[in-house]
Design a protein around this ligand. Structure first.
Ligand code: PNS
Length: 156
């Protein structure tokens, strides 16, 4: 079965990568889908985010990367995908994810499978990583090495 892991990934974190790896163990093909979120001002362009994910997930043979700017359900319908996989860190994520998952299901029957985040990544987010880096903090172990480098370069 092919599944989609959607998100902004601005930029991809170790927590995201853990979800991709675990999804890749359970499903034949995993497409990481970088989506444009008009409510979030991006630091990296969609192309940069895709490249960072491709590099960080290069050793995962059944993981590929794509982008999309419309409704997720249109992408999944066009590509014959019936399942999304997302990480769930906390009750806050649950509150945010629940209506989206239910709306997607209402629209096309698209299901969302949630993977509970490994506790060691439970507090990690793209937003906090950018804040730590912006003030000169160390993001190694929080972000994949290629992303640490790209973020530091962007902020230099
Ligand atoms: O990483 P994010 O920003 O939390 O991801 C949110 C995402 C990409 C899943 C959400 O913004 C999304 O689904 N965007 C695509 C547009 C869409 O389908 N919106 C309706 C969802 S019910």
């Amino acid at each position: 079965m092919r599944v989609v892991c959607p998100g902004s990934f601005d930029p991809v974190t170790m927590g995201h990568l853990d979800v991709f790896e675990r999804a890749a163990r359970q499903f034949e093909r995993v497409t990481v889908l970088v989506t444009h979120n008009p409510n979030k001002q991006g630091m990296f362009t969609v192309e940069e985010r895709m490249q960072l994910i491709e590099q960080a997930a290069a050793d995962l043979d059944n993981v590929d990367v794509d982008s999309w700017s419309g409704l997720l359900v249109d992408y999944t319908t066009n590509h014959g995908v019936s399942v999304l996989v997302k990480g769930l860190r906390s009750g806050l994520d649950y509150e945010y994810e629940l209506p989206m998952a239910q709306m997607n299901h209402r629209m096309t029957g698209l299901d969302t499978f949630f993977l509970l985040t490994d506790p060691k990544y439970g507090y990690i987010s793209s937003t906090l990583s950018k804040e730590v880096a912006r003030y000169g903090g160390d993001t190694s172990g929080i972000l994949p090495p290629n992303v640490v480098e790209a973020l530091n370069k962007k902020l230099a």
